[in-house]
Design a protein around this ligand. Sequence first.
Ligand SMILES: Cc1cc2nc3c(=O)[nH]c(=O)nc-3n(C[C@H](O)[C@H](O)[C@H](O)COP(=O)(O)OP(=O)(O)OC[C@H]3O[C@@H](n4cnc5c(N)ncnc54)[C@H](O)[C@@H]3O)c2cc1C
Length: 451
Amino acid sequence: MADAHRLVVIGGDAAGMSAAAQARRLRPAAELEIVVLEQDGEVSYSACGIPYWVGGQVGGRHELIARTPAEFAAREITVQTGTRVVGIDLDAGHVVAGGGARFGYDHLVVGTGGRPSRPPIPGLDAPGVFGVHRLDDGAAVRAAIDAGARRGLVLGGGYIGLEMAEALQRRGLEVTVVLADPLPMQLLDADMGERVCAGMRGMGMAVHTDQAVREVLLDAAGRACGVRTDEGSYDADLVVLGLGMGPEVTLAAEAGLALGTTGAIDVDHSQRCRDHPEVFAAGDCAQTFSRITGEAAHVALGTHANKQGRVAGSVIGGRPARFPGVLGTALTKVGDLEIARTGLCTTQAEEAGFGYRAETIEATTRAGYFPGAEDMAVKLISERGSGRLLGAQVVGGPGSGKRIDVLATAIWAGMTAEDLAGSDLSYAPPFSPVYDPVAVAARAVSRTEQG
Ligand SMILES: Cc1cc2nc3c(=O)[nH]c(=O)nc-3n(C[C@H](O)[C@H](O)[C@H](O)COP(=O)(O)OP(=O)(O)OC[C@H]3O[C@@H](n4cnc5c(N)ncnc54)[C@H](O)[C@@H]3O)c2cc1C
């Protein structure tokens, strides 16, 4: 072990543990010692599962943990939980943990994750206001529900807000959603966002749009009891925050690692920090890029964190690897309404300077006569002239959302709408109409191109 190099990983979730696991696959412990430093008590957990745990669909906290420190130890990866890194000395090549312990490294992976947005709204720190980021947050919301909360108020209409709104409703709470934007799911075009808003109202949720929250209202005991906007006040027994996720870069910035235009850590396509090739960053703390425009992007999703961590681990393990960029593919649901998007929405296409065509079609998830057929809408955006697909959005009943993967694959492969319309997609009545809604949308948008 004396001559082994050492990889230190800061942060033991998707990005950090993927990097550690991949580096270990490629290099044995005799060549590479791997130490993961995690501030909390758990590693390798699924924040993505928190809304379903709160909503009661997932039985327990332990089910959201993919691997324990003991399981990593069996693979000769040392995990030190309860160890918060407070400094990185890039010149000396070591990190410093709270309490002063130093860990020298030959390679460093920064996987510190995201930081939930917390605008300076009076009362936001009061008891009864819950962020949703770590498993402890999920436990706290569950405890508040178990203690008798009857009215839940969600701030924000992004995917975390929607998933938490569903979770609270499942647990029997009256649900109010308040958002500053004109519609939920801002990365959808307005015609698709309206479907989401209407769907939520149809489920009995009160949705108040275009209303920035000015204050969290407190009861005599100083506990949150509602929020005030310019247009009104809304009562609640608990307030859940879903106001977006930025990168957690405090350590990196203090150490002098360069940040990109998005505010996340600037890395090359191998997840290396540009001025410090021995340092890698991956996941929610790292900047990435759009595969369509090449522009810098920050997309805080587990799917990217895992892949970026794996890229970093591969390179550290001696196998060249590149992260290929993102389309911005995302999928969520609120109640039975599935919502998915990929690529550019029309605003993004316009900002990127594309002339585009867009068509929205209505269809059903199965043959119209087949039991369980649900309405769904598909919007497709293609480049004017070339017909190349730029973006897609899907909103509809059960069975509609995952169709986004076909659309993402088509965009990834550079297909035109016409290519997709004619491609060999499957059909059987329990699964789709004879022309799948994806093909119908592709034909609709390619027809506009042909005039
Ligand atoms: C409610 C919710 C639902 C989600 N649903 C989805 C989904 O459906 N699909 C999807 O793709 N993504 C989803 N995500 C996003 C996904 O969870 C994140 O993108 C992913 O966890 C990012 O992984 P990461 O390793 O970069 O960061 P994190 O998971 O944030 O992990 C970072 C780790 O670093 C540790 N850390 C930070 N600073 C220090 C320090 N100084 N010292 C030591 N340790 C430190 C933290 O404690 C943390 O454990 C969801 C997120 C939330 C909150």
